[in-house]
Design a protein around this ligand. Structure first.
Ligand code: F0G
Length: 462
């Protein structure tokens, strides 16, 4: 995809460093065994390059750290809350803001405020925590993403787009009164960090309005989404990232935000809405689950860092280098013939575990096995995004079997260098050349909720 002709470099220089260590092969073997072959259960001291997630793992700037010093820790009516509220109003355009401890806190408030038993929530592919909160509130998620999103080889430039025909069919089948909102993510994490186009978002907004249904944006990576729009969508090349973000939000009625992603804070999130009645319900629920509605589980200093982070995330040079680094790693892997989800996504490179390990059936958790093999090779930590993450059908109890069986190499923002990316590519290539020797796994412990976080495995034949 159109990468500018001149190379990019990070628009910062490094003021503080944190040492990392390569665990020895024997240490890695012991660590992955103790972790039950689940990279979530590794200690970070046993990890060399940590590509588990881009969530809460980004590096804050000197301006964000400085902002933390002026945080107002008042229990009620903190000055830092009003600064955050203004930043959300200014950059995203929503009227009312309820802080939350992180994205899933906001999802809980939203789901409890809007969903009643028997409701249907259509969306552009599920996300783990988002869907679970919808289900716990009595709703059922229905996927209305375009079919290309499920195909790791499709080069569709906006694989996060909603299939408008399918969406309208769902509305007609269930009736608008059973659909409290349409859940639209930008970018779509489990499709491989794939963007939704501005045109599609606008069309979703118009369709929803015709039926009197709300649209709620998952804004965790909306800036990365805007970058792809600027690069790929006709007529958007001269537009600023900030103006694209604001326009995307304008077609929606509110958002949930995990501020641990694009806004580059280590903890935090919020729910933002335009409807005062929804705000009132959410603000009231916040006092049960999060904290008073002017801090919602965040310290004053966290709200300061977040307000600054939102503004920094929209800088053109920042986002170009951020996504540029992901594209750099992805292109290296494509050049080496490694099967990855294409086009390359915004927050990470997704290995296609079905293509990588065709001899391991999905019931034997190929992506989980591949993530463990990569760790064993080099101490690099990645994450399964396949059948383990997909969980079980809430009615039948059967395993959900997603078409995509992926390992995510997630790049934190402003943390690793290009040389780290080279090391990652080398390790993936080494594992690829030895792939015939990688076998499947058996699950030995399955927790009830969001099993991928805590499940344990052992090698088949062990
Ligand atoms: N929505 C999306 C698209 C996410 O990627 C996440 C978190 C959330 C909501 C929930 O936010 O973690 O702040 O509660 N994703 C992380 C990840 C965990 O690694 O992709 P949270």
């Amino acid at each position: 995809m159109a990468i500018e002709k001149r190379t990019w470099a990070e628009p910062f220089k490094i003021k503080v460093v944190e040492a990392v260590r390569i665990p020895t092969p024997a240490e890695r073997e012991k660590a992955i065994l103790e972790a039950g072959y689940n990279t979530f259960l590794l200690r970070s001291d046993d990890v060399y390059i940590d590509l588990l997630t881009d969530s809460g793992t980004s590096a804050m700037s000197d301006r964000q750290w400085a902002a933390m010093m002026v945080g107002d820790e008042a229990y009620a009516g903190s000055r830092s809350f009003y600064r955050l509220e203004s930043a959300v109003q200014q950059w995203f355009g929503y009227k009312y803001v309820v802080p939350a401890h992180q994205g899933r806190g906001a999802e809980n408030l939203l789901s409890k405020a809007l969903i009643k038993a028997g409701d249907i929530v259509p969306g552009n592919m599920y996300f783990t925590t988002t869907r679970l909160h919808q289900e716990l509130a009595g709703g059922t998620f229905v996927d209305v993403i375009i079919p290309e999103a499920h195909d790791p080889k499709s080069l569709h430039p906006f694989k996060g787009d909603v299939d408008l025909g399918k969406l309208e069919e769902v509305i007609k089948t269930y009736g608008a009164s059973r659909i409290p909102y349409i859940s639209v993510a930008a970018t779509v994490n489990l499709a491989g960090g794939q963007p939704i186009s501005l045109g599609n978002m606008k069309a979703v907004g118009e369709l929803a309005k015709r039926y009197g249904i709300r649209v709620i944006l998952d804004a965790a990576r909306v800036v990365e989404n805007a970058y792809f729009i600027q690069k790929r969508e006709p007529g958007c090349q001269e537009r600023s990232i900030a103006s694209i973000v604001k326009e995307l939000c304008s077609y929606t009625d509110g958002c949930t935000m995990s501020a641990k992603k694009d806004p580059m804070v280590n903890i935090g999130g919020f729910l933002a809405v335009n409807d005062h009645a929804v705000y009132e319900d959410a603000a009231n629920l916040a006092v049960i689950y999060e904290g008073l509605h002017t801090y919602g589980g965040m310290a004053g200093r966290d709200m300061e860092a977040l307000a600054t982070g939102i503004e920094e995330s929209l800088h053109e040079d920042h986002i170009r280098a951020r996504v540029g680094q992901v594209l750099y790693l992805g292109q290296k892997l494509i050049d080496a013939g490694i099967p990855i989800v294409q086009p390359i996504g915004g927050h990470g490179v997704f290995l296609d575990a079905k293509g990588f390990l065709p001899h391991v059936p999905q019931e034997q958790y190929p992506a989980q096995a591949l993530a463990a093999a990569l760790y064993l090779d080099s101490g690099i930590r990645s994450m399964e995004r396949g059948i383990v993450s997909a969980g079980r059908n809430k009615e039948t109890g059967e395993n959900n079997k997603p078409k995509l069986e992926l390992v995510r190499l997630t790049i934190p923002r402003r943390v690793y260098t290009q040389a780290h990316m080279d090391v990652v590519a080398e390790s993936v290539e080494a594992v690829f050349s030895e792939r015939a020797g990688i076998g499947g796994l058996r699950m030995t412990y399955e927790p009830k909720y969001l099993r991928f976080f805590q499940a344990r495995f052992e090698p088949l034949g062990a």
